[in-house]
Every structure is written in structure tokens, then in C-alpha cells.
Design a protein around this ligand. Structure first.
Ligand SMILES: [Zn+2]
Ligand SMILES: [Zn+2]
Length: 164
């Protein structure tokens, strides 16, 4: 955990007191994370959501309805498996229930053309969550950069944004 509580910003003559998501972005920059801090924070948001769902929301009717409707893309199914491997105490019952529920509600057969069209624009429940997180984190990061001390922290770090 970072020792950062607040950073004094000379230009604005006030202290920048980071909130949780700002603190996460600052921690990545401080610890010389070599990737994109926004993308990393987005992935952490999805990872935390996956954990929360598997831990205590498997039988939530709203979540089940979302998975039936939006299913899982390959990328987020893979991330889900990673979370399960990292937190083995979650077991496999929760994910089995979710996947069976999805499969039970898939309508077959589908015309090939429609599957191709769907795969191009397909966004699963976690894709949408990640998109929302990205919009929020880009906005938070842009706001953080208006503080000169934080801007300097970014310039001095090994982190680099993938979004211009
Ligand atoms: Zn990025
Ligand atoms: Zn997805």
C-alpha cells in the first residue's frame, strides 16, 4: 500500500487528497508499473467484480439475468478462470451454476451470418463493466493531471498511457 495520503500541489497551492481510485492510479505510477495505469485499474475493477459475484452474488436474480442476456466473452471467461485459480476457496459450484444457467438459455441453432455479426459487436456483462470503468478512469486521470505534482509523478514514472 502506498504511503501517499495527500500530495501538495504548488501550482494550485492546495493539497491533492486522492480518493480510492485515484490512489490506485497513483500507486501504480509510484511503484514503477510499466504498463498503462488506466488499463490496469480497469482490469482490477473487473477482477474485483468477478470475485464479488462468485463470492456472494451467484444466486442474485439480477446478475443471473444479465449473464443470460449478455453471456461471457472469451477474454472475460479467461479472467474469471484466473480469479478462480487465485482464490481456490471460491470452489467451482458458483461458476457451474452461472454457466449452466447461460447454456440453458442459449437458443440453437443460430444462422452462421448472425453469429459472425454478433461476434464483431459482442460485449459481455464484463465488457460493459470494463467500458464504464475505462470512461470513469480516463476522466479521473485527466482530472488528476491538472494537479502539477501528479503530472510530475506520471512524467517521472515508468507508466505510460495507451490512450491519447
Ligand atoms: Zn490503457
Ligand atoms: Zn467481455
Amino acid at each position: 500500500m502506498s504511503g501517499l495520503v495527500g500530495v501538495f500541489c504548488v501550482k494550485q497551492n492546495r493539497e491533492f487528497r486522492p480518493r480510492i481510485e485515484e490512489l490506485k492510479l497513483m500507486e501504480l505510477m509510484e511503484t514503477n508499473f510499466t504498463g498503462c495505469p488506466i488499463c490496469q485499474t480497469n482490469v482490477e475493477t473487473v477482477r474485483n467484480s468477478i470475485f464479488g459475484i462468485l463470492y456472494e452474488m451467484v444466486n442474485d436474480p439480477g446478475i443471473r439475468a444479465q449473464f443470460r442476456k449478455k453471456r461471457l466473452c472469451y477474454k472475460h471467461a479467461y479472467l474469471l478462470v484466473q480469479v478462480l485459480e487465485e482464490s481456490r476457496f471460491l470452489g467451482h459450484l458458483g461458476i457451474s451454476i452461472i454457466l449452466k444457467d447461460i447454456v440453458d438459455h442459449v437458443r440453437f441453432p443460430r444462422p452462421v451470418k448472425r453469429i459472425k455479426e454478433r461476434s464483431r459487436s459482442f460485449k459481455c456483462y464484463f465488457c460493459e463493466l470494463e467500458d464504464d470503468a475505462n470512461r470513469r478512469h480516463v476522466s479521473i486521470f485527466a482530472n488528476m493531471m491538472s494537479h502539477s505534482a501528479i503530472g510530475k509523478m506520471y512524467m517521472d514514472s515508468t507508466s505510460i498511457l495507451c490512450i491519447v
